[in-house]
Design a protein. Structure first.
Length: 430
């Protein structure tokens, strides 16, 4: 039997797809590309925006249209948050929420016996334990995403995630250690710790994010440890100080901003001010050598005036992020913000997004150019083109190098000689 995964959304979803793939592999399934013929197509959905839901519906229908005799399985955040909408997608033969990912094999076996459509969506509840989601490899890569946290208690006014993911819960340190040991044995060199609200890892427990980083760094075969997306108000001075003492820790911080305007931050129910965010950035750049700070920016949030937008833009220009993901506000049914409507037109949102993107890309290009003639250490991950290998610095700058033999998995010192919009070009250190 063959199964193919098509994953939408965040790194947590990618990890959960790897987990489900391992469950099926152990049961004798062959995992193939979604472009190949398979008996089962698993669409792991995202629901962070209305566009994400649209992509989910399109892909469920596309795979069923192209493979009418195959079973289509829909899982992930969309059915978890909007079960009635998922039920209406009649092209999906099995529908389960992200809470039930571990049941995928049992549901497939049940479907094969009953030959009837299955809906299996259990609601998240307060007090739920962290669902088992451990992997032993990661798609033949050098770098693995490891899910250690799930759920969110923040309730930002625009966000549907608490409905699709439930409350904060954390992987135990003992389970994490076992998982890291297995990944290291499979050849993984770098660990990226991820979660829905990663900064909340260890909430109501006797451990925190620093403990998770230490567990990874203690394995001799792991040479780098990196963090996924973080919330600014959870990163304390103590956490920053403790992380700075871990040699394998990569000083790259993706810290969600959303807006640099205090009025908009308050309307979003974010739990910090622009000044507090600024202080954190200053602390990180003072503490870590060659740190990079990246972020997400939303434009056109309900009631965002032109003045609010330019407050946010000026803040972004002041901080000078090394990379920014810019996206327009998308109203989500069921959130507090959706009750107030959407006062900014689509055309204006697109206009503001274009301005923000142009400014942030200019800053990123200037940063890339500042690296020319500098020596950096790169862990090479893949062959981007024939004889051209790509990897990343510890602060997550993409670098390409022409080399005469395979250097995937190797960490090498190189000199930046040129740049493009997407990556830096290097030669070997003399």
């Amino acid at each position: 039997m063959k199964a193919a995964f098509y994953t939408l959304g965040c790194k947590v979803n990618q990890t959960e797809s790897e987990y489900m793939a391992e469950l099926l592999t152990k049961a004798g399934f062959e995992i193939v590309s979604p472009n190949e013929d398979a008996d089962y197509y698993i669409i792991n959905s995202c629901t962070v925006t209305a566009t994400a839901d649209q992509k989910t519906r399109q892909n469920v229908r596309k795979f069923k249209r192209k493979h009418p005799d195959s079973a289509i399985i829909l899982t992930g955040c969309m059915p978890q948050a909007f079960p009635s909408d998922a039920e209406k997608l009649i092209e999906a033969d099995i529908v389960l929420g992200n809470k039930n990912d571990g049941d995928i094999l049992n549901l497939i076996n049940r479907y094969n016996i009953e030959k009837e459509r299955i809906l299996a969506i259990d609601k998240h509840k307060t007090g739920d334990e962290f669902s088992k989601c451990s992997i032993s490899k990661f798609s033949d890569r050098v770098r693995a995403f490891v899910k250690i946290e799930d759920g969110c208690d923040r309730f930002c006014s625009y966000c549907i995630i608490p409905m699709s993911r439930g409350r904060v819960r954390s992987k135990s340190l003992s389970d994490l250690k076992e998982e890291i040991d297995n990944l290291a044995e499979s050849g993984i060199k770098e660990i990226v710790l991820v979660g829905i609200n990663l900064s909340a890892y260890g909430k109501n427990e006797d451990f925190n994010l620093v403990d998770a980083v230490r567990i990874c760094a203690e394995n001799e075969k792991i040479i780098r440890v990196r963090l996924g997306s973080l919330e600014p108000d959870h990163i304390t001075k103590d956490i920053v100080f403790e992380l700075s003492k871990i040699d394998k820790f990569c000083p790259q911080f993706h810290i969600s901003l959303q807006s640099g305007c205090n009025r908009t931050l308050k309307n979003m129910n974010r739990h910090y001010s622009s000044d507090e965010y600024r202080q954190l950035c200053n602390l990180l750049r003072k503490t870590f050598k060659d740190t990079s700070i990246t972020t997400d920016i939303m434009v056109g949030f309900n009631e965002e005036t032109e003045e609010d937008f330019y407050d946010s833009l000026n803040f972004v220009k002041e901080i000078r992020f090394e990379k920014v993901h810019v996206f327009p506000y998308s109203q989500r049914e069921g959130t507090n913000a959706s009750k107030k409507g959407d006062s900014v037109s689509k055309k204006e949102k697109e206009h503001r997004a274009e301005i923000m993107i142009n400014e942030t890309e200019t800053i990123r290009k200037e940063y890339f150019n500042s690296l020319i003639n500098k020596t950096v250490c790169v862990l090479f991950e893949n062959e981007a083109e024939k004889g051209i290998y790509q990897g990343y610095t510890k602060n997550y700058i993409p670098v390409r190098l022409s080399y005469h033999k395979n250097i995937i998995g190797k960490e090498m010192n190189v000199v930046i000689t040129d740049t493009t919009d997407e990556y830096c070009i290097a030669t070997l250190q003399p």
